[in-house]
Ligand binder design. Sequence first.
Ligand SMILES: Nc1ncnc2c1ncn2[C@@H]1O[C@H](COP(=O)(O)OP(=O)(O)O)[C@@H](O)[C@H]1O
Ligand SMILES: [Mg+2]
Length: 363
Amino acid sequence: MPWNPRRGEVLTMRGNVGDSPKLKPPYANSWRRGWFMNLFDTRPKEDRKLLFGRERELDEIERMLDSGFWPVLIGPPRVGKTSLMKVITKERKGIYIDASTCATATDLGFRLVDELQGGRVKAHIQLDFKMVRIELKTQPVNTLEKIIKSLGDVLIAVDEAQSLNDTRIPALLSVIYNESRVKMMFSGSMLRLIKLITKSPQTLGRPIQMIEVKPFSEEVSRAFLEEGLRRCGVSAEPLELAEAVRVFGGIPGWLSYYGAKRCARFSHADALKEVSATAKRVVEEEVKRLGPLEEAIVKALAMLGVGGEWKHIMALVGSFYGKQPDRKSLSRSLKSLVDMRIVEKTGERYTLIDPMYRIINNF
Ligand SMILES: Nc1ncnc2c1ncn2[C@@H]1O[C@H](COP(=O)(O)OP(=O)(O)O)[C@@H](O)[C@H]1O
Ligand SMILES: [Mg+2]
């Protein structure tokens, strides 16, 4: 009988490996453990079957790509941007690039060449990788253009594109758009890149389309936990799940982590405690990497708990910033936090999107 994940065959730990689709060791044991169907794997997902509740986003991305647009995925950390990009790139046999350590066109070029040398995507024209690497150092943009024009109809997904900070990139993107068949997609706040693009003489605004990746609703969060726990054969009380959903606020990264602990037979209380403690550390690190005023605003919002209006933030932020910021700086920093999707603005009220940001240590 064909395998159907929706019927949850993989959970029937009784089934022997011979019953499952042709899996050979070493995967046979993973299969038996249900690893293949683990919704709570804490790495980014690469397979559509493991990406829960994102059919609408997948459809939207595909529709855009097929109509010649370049999607930019925007959303808070751990919401599933990388997972969406990896699923799409894998299905389309494209190239995935993590640009978090790329600032310049040269860096980007090297990452692209690494991927091409990995051999999963073939260039039409034979590239002399050694030469290309040398050329990238002296003429990064021309060389990148040459490489990309050699690719044909290929998707290049650039994750964490906010790190790119090179005034030559908009022109490069424009050439890619106008003179090659390559499709691009990005994730990251792109603020800097979009600024570069809108200032550039090329009319690059056209192909770029934002897609918001939002935290799960309460209902989807609960269904995600229920489904994942069912797959690993753990039962949980509805009240426990309701509490986890409330504490982790629909952020798939935290929900997955909590679910993984439950699948490893942690009690609800222990899973909650451990995930919250890790989350607090992770989030505190992230906050430290923000600019000083942004950091102070996050701390003020954390103290306000349920968020607050501009005047409430202004009243509190000085004690974290060391001095009272001027109005313009506060507005600019708040806007940048909104652009990064760390803060959300609803009406006049600003709130921290990820509830784990609200438990950071203020002192
Ligand atoms: N829709 C989803 N279904 C299942 N797991 C998800 C989903 N979205 C995210 N995750 C999990 O959450 C974590 C963070 O996802 P990731 O794609 O890295 O987010 P981002 O790139 O937005 O920070 C990973 O462990 C990933 O497996
Ligand atoms: Mg990511």
